[in-house]
Design a protein around this ligand. Structure first.
Ligand SMILES: NC(=O)c1ccc[n+]([C@@H]2O[C@H](COP(=O)([O-])OP(=O)(O)OC[C@H]3O[C@@H](n4cnc5c(N)ncnc54)[C@H](O)[C@@H]3O)[C@@H](O)[C@H]2O)c1
Length: 255
């Protein structure tokens, strides 16, 4: 799908980090941006900078998502692009001093990262499916979800996080198949460790151990590199039903 001023893009989690970089990049290419995030202070600043719309939304709550998408559609128009970046990371081992992982925390991570992604993607698809098809392929929309390489090689303490991200990987192909008849593609990106508030606050030894396992380039990813891949996913219509690793060849060590 060609990104231009006729395209509305919804980006969740765009008050910070990878989502913010995606919002900036899609705006740079001409799109009108709707930001859905819980962080109102940062989200509003970026939305104002981009001449877009900020909506305070909790992706884990389907009603909040429905209201937020309604606001975006009435202010900017129906989105053709939906990028899911909202997420949280926690590190808790399955047993801690003999006690099991707090089930409420496990559920919270899955609810935000996996169910939140599903809520936004499915509700966005419902709106996209009603639009006129675009271009020679009759494309109506594209959904890009953010997984993580922890979906494949979770580290110690990643049980909840990896489970949530594996779910994002797992639903990519069936969702792409479900939505094919509507001309809507679904792609996931699985980043390695990127320089965002989520990662930079980790202890140095943990970051270094990941960097030591990146063949090349041995550094954290820059959010603009993630954003550029997301923009490519939007523009390259043959990409569908796939999870793309973006990690410099990193295979995560156990800890
Ligand atoms: N940074 C990394 O190294 C890395 C690596 C792999 C995957 N990821 C994934 O990329 C995504 C973006 O992460 P980031 O590094 O930019 O983190 P970040 O903490 O900088 O940004 C996450 C954003 O999501 C928002 N958010 C959290 N819960 C929300 C909710 N319930 N509803 C709406 N918004 C919510 C936060 O307010 C924040 O603005 C996450 O899904 C994360 O798991 C990040």
């Amino acid at each position: 799908m060609k990104i231009d001023q006729n395209i509305v893009a919804v980006v969740t989690g765009a008050a910070s980090g990878l989502g913010a970089a995606v919002a900036v990049e899609l705006h740079r290419r001409g799109a009108r941006i709707g930001i859905l995030d819980k962080n109102e202070a940062e989200g509003r600043v970026l939305a104002n900078d981009l001449g877009g719309l900020f909506v305070d939304a909790d992706v884990s709550d389907p009603h909040s998502v429905a209201n937020a998408l309604l606001s975006v559609r009435s202010e900017l128009g129906q989105e053709r692009v939906c990028v899911n970046c909202a997420g949280i990371a926690v590190a808790h081992t399955t047993l801690h001093k003999g006690a099991p992982h707090d089930p409420a925390l496990f559920e919270k991570v899955v609810r935000i990262n996996l169910i939140g992604t599903f809520n936004v993607a499915s509700q966005s698809a419902a709106g996209m499916a009603k639009t006129e098809p675009l271009g020679p392929d009759g494309e109506r929309g594209i959904i890009v979800n953010t997984a993580s390489i922890a979906a494949f090689e979770g580290q110690i303490g990643h049980a909840a996080y990896s489970a949530s991200k594996s779910g994002v990987v797992g639903m990519t192909l069936p969702m792409a198949r479900d939505l094919a008849r509507d001309g809507i593609r679904v792609v996931a990106v699985a980043p390695g460790m990127f320089s965002t508030p989520m990662a930079v606050d980790l202890p140095d030894h943990l970051k270094q151990s990941v960097i030591d396992n990146i063949p090349f380039p041995a550094r954290l990813g820059d959010p603009t590199e993630f954003a550029s891949l997301v923009a490519h996913c939007v523009e390259n219509t043959m990409l569908n039903g796939e999870t793309i690793r973006l990690d410099g060849g990193c295979r995560m060590p156990p800890k």
